[in-house]
Design a protein around this ligand. Structure first.
Ligand code: ADP
Ligand code: NI
Length: 214
């Protein structure tokens, strides 16, 4: 799939266009680009990988009140693009299992899921990751930082979703963990630079917050 189907872009604009929490069309396209780079090295069925990367947020329960309805709409649409039953099953498997879920997601079983999950996680870290995290915090009305609210480990997915912490805590609660959760060696290598940038950013943020001068 060298060229993205134009109908797919229109569909994504319709479905994700209203999002202001860091899950918009530009995120889908970055995940697609990351997935292509990883799968050029790691292999896998590239059509499944690239299609899944583009549509992975269309059934996200955080973004949609009725994810089942989204899933039906998506599968019908992909069928109209010419996807076979088997391809629909494979894409569905990837997008149903991609989420971090507070660290309570299942370990990825197929190479296609491993690669798309890594591609999505790469877009959660680094410079873009920092930007998206502040966008999300702003959209949800979270504070940037509060010394009195400590980062926590989540017992289960529900606790992760319910929790309303600070933007800076999200780095400790999720983002700093992602480097070691990468499934593929290629993504692990790409993650290192992005990870180091976030660590440096948070260090500087806290220094400026406290009024410390080097
Ligand atoms: P997943 O879908 O993999 O479980 P999320 O959708 O929870 O991950 O997170 C996607 C991105 O949204 C995060 O990488 C982060 O940028 C932002 N985000 C999610 N939860 C929070 C939060 N509590 N505070 C700040 N940003 C968040
Ligand atoms: Ni995503």
């Amino acid at each position: 799939m060298e060229q993205i189907y134009p109908q797919l872009i229109t569909f994504l604009e319709q479905e994700l266009g209203a999002d202001n929490s860091g899950h918009s069309l530009d995120h889908a396209i970055r995940v697609y680009n990351n997935a292509r780079i990883i799968s050029n090295i790691e292999g896998g069925n590239q059509r499944i990988i690239l299609m899944s990367a583009l549509v992975h947020d269309v059934i996200d329960p955080k973004l949609f009140l009725n994810p089942k309805e989204q899933q039906e709409k998506l599968l019908t649409f992909l069928e109209s693009l010419g996807c076979s039953e088997r391809e629909l099953r494979e894409i569905n498997y990837v997008i149903e299992n991609i989420s971090f879920k507070g660290g309570h997601g299942q370990v990825a079983q197929t190479l296609e899921l491993k690669i798309v999950q890594d591609a999505d996680r790469l877009d959660a870290i680094g410079a873009i990751g920092i930007g998206r995290t502040f966008m999300y915090g702003g959209a949800k009305g979270s504070k940037m930082y509060d010394e009195a609210i400590l980062p926590i480990e989540f017992e289960n997915e529900e606790a992760y979703r319910r929790h309303k912490g600070t933007v800076i805590n999200h780095f400790y609660e999720k983002l700093f963990k992602l480097k070691d959760l990468m499934n593929t060696p290629t993504a692990r290598q790409l993650a290192q630079k992005r990870h180091d940038l976030m660590v440096h950013f948070v260090e500087e943020f806290l220094k400026e917050w406290r009024g410390e001068i080097d």
